[in-house]
Unconditional design. Structure first.
Length: 257
């Protein structure tokens, strides 16, 4: 299941990265700079790397090459934090005014840094040949705490992404920009799927701690599917929103001319 889901995510991520990088390059040629475009390219790039590391054969190869158990898991989780953080920066740049933009960007960067600073010591303290950072090893306290920190960050950031996207989707719809509205609405739905992914994994960890977990085999099916749908829908939705913004800008330029 993981190989199929995350393999498809990698294809979506690669396509989104190429399109975003091409647009960022055109922006560089025109001597224009926007945080949102740079953040989107970074987000799609790290997402592609992260889901590739979650594909079982690539995970095994990476751990064999580095000689470090759980190296691929750590890399995938770091990429997920960077993915969520970059999307936050992109959407904040789109929706906040200049008076509060810098403070808002710095706050989200600081939050991501704090999460990574909490995850790394837990990883170093817990990792070992007999330990995997998955819900299957929820009996290990370090694994549970590490995953809960990671999942809490995913849930919080995806919640904000859903909130920002839904607000911008309503504004775009009122303005008649249907491509942007539909893309942002899809992105909001995708972010809610991200929240559901965090809730699915987190609920298993909590119920396991309480002694009454729901079936592990169900969690190992539900969580990857939710994560995969969230990634593919978010990449598709944000690409649609970007295309819509570009079409709206061209239309405005043509009207002014």
């Amino acid at each position: 299941m993981d190989g199929i889901v995350f393999g498809l995510c990698a294809l979506f991520g690669l396509a989104g990265t190429v399109l975003s990088a091409r647009e960022a390059w055109r922006q560089r040629i025109r001597n224009e700079y926007h945080i949102a475009r740079f953040a989107r390219t970074v987000a799609f790039g790290v997402c592609t790397l992260g889901v590739l590391l979650a594909v079982p054969p690539i995970e095994d190869f990476f751990e064999s090459a580095t000689g470090m158990n759980n190296a691929a898991k750590l890399g995938a989780h770091i990429c997920a934090v960077l993915w969520c953080g970059s999307l936050q920066l992109m959407l904040v740049d789109w929706s906040y005014n200049q008076d509060v933009l810098k403070a808002s960007l710095y706050a989200r960067i600081a939050f991501a840094v704090c999460v990574l600073a909490a995850m790394l010591p837990l990883f170093i303290e817990t990792t070992g040949e007999s330990i995997e950072f998955t819900t299957e090893y929820a009996a290990a306290p370090g694994v549970t705490v590490y995953l809960m920190v990671y999942l809490a960050y995913v849930a919080i950031t995806c919640g904000e992404i859903a909130f920002l996207c839904s607000g911008m989707a309503l504004s775009a719809r009122r303005g008649g920009h249907m491509w942007s509205a539909r893309g942002l609405a899809m992105s909001a739905t995708a972010a809610l799927l991200g929240v559901a992914y965090a809730a699915s994994k987190g609920s298993y960890l909590v119920t396991h701690y309480l002694g009454h977990p729901w079936p592990l085999r169900d969690e190992e099916i539900v969580s990857p599917v939710l994560a995969g749908l969230a990634v593919m829908s978010l990449i598709t939705g944000l690409t649609m929103a970007t295309v819509g913004k570009r079409l709206a800008a061209r239309k405005a330029a043509a009207s002014a001319a």
